[in-house]
Design a protein around this ligand. Structure first.
Ligand code: BG6
Length: 228
């Protein structure tokens, strides 16, 4: 499918529109390194853990996946507490550094919107509206399906396709006629599972890995897709 034939385009946020996947990654590294080191007797946190267990997933789901990889079983309150610590670190970094947008992504968004194609954001993050607001992009989207909306509607985390399916439904678009834009393995897999047309953006997950999990095409920057 040519992108301009899409009935809708659904954008992931962190790492796709804004450079905030890196901010999440640093906050996770800070909190989970400290936790795993103090727990002791398990493999320490590494950058690979972000891409394998945390990237693109809802907060609790990501923590559970990482803990399970180390054979750690914590009560629900402790998982929530780790999530709260990571969120505090993320919010602190955000207010200190602000939000950087990817210029190529904004050019791509402009191009899609110039052609009258409806757009939405589908992000696992509960911080998505705040990040979009700080980036000056919030009013560009018909709707934002974020981590809070997912919880309200009981929608499971990416890699399940439900949040993307919900976004497409809100825009009245058929999944097979809808493009999704993703940088995370979990998000690409969600798009594939929902029978969407998937554009992968390689911000560190690796082009081959994104293709293996279901990306139809992979670019380094969304500006590459904009046609004059
Ligand atoms: O903790 P939040 O802001 O609700 O975000 C949940 C997840 O949102 C995703 O977009 C990020 O890739 C993850 O790193 C993050 O953990």
């Amino acid at each position: 499918m040519h992108l301009l034939e899409a009935e809708a385009v659904l954008f992931d946020l962190d790492g796709v529109l804004t450079d905030t996947a890196a901010v999440h990654e640093r906050a996770w590294a800070q909190v989970m390194s400290e936790f795993l080191d103090s727990y002791g007797g398990v493999e320490p946190y590494s950058v690979a853990d972000y891409y394998t267990h945390l990237d693109g997933k809802q907060r609790q789901k990501g923590i559970q996946s990482l803990l399970a990889s180390r054979g750690i079983d914590l009560p629900a309150e402790s998982v929530t507490e780790l999530g709260a610590r990571k969120n505090a670190a993320f919010r602190q970094a955000l207010s200190a550094e602000g939000v950087q947008v990817f210029p190529g992504s904004v050019r791509f968004l402009d191009w899609i919107q110039q052609h009258g194609i409806p757009v939405a954001v589908v992000s696992s993050s509960r911080n998505a509206p705040a990040v979009l607001e700080a980036a000056g992009l919030l009013d560009r989207f018909v709707t934002v399906v974020d981590g809070t909306v997912a919880a309200e509607h009981d929608l499971p985390s990416k890699p399940a396709p439900d949040t993307y399916e919900y976004g497409a439904k809100l825009l009245g678009a058929a999944p097979e006629r809808t493009a999704i834009i993703e940088d995370a393995v979990s998000g690409v897999a969600a798009g594939r599972a929902g029978n969407f047309w998937v554009v992968g953006v390689d911000r560190g997950a690796g082009s081959e890995t994104l293709q293996q999990h279901g990306a139809d095409i992979v670019v380094g920057d969304l500006g590459e897709l904009v046609e004059a």
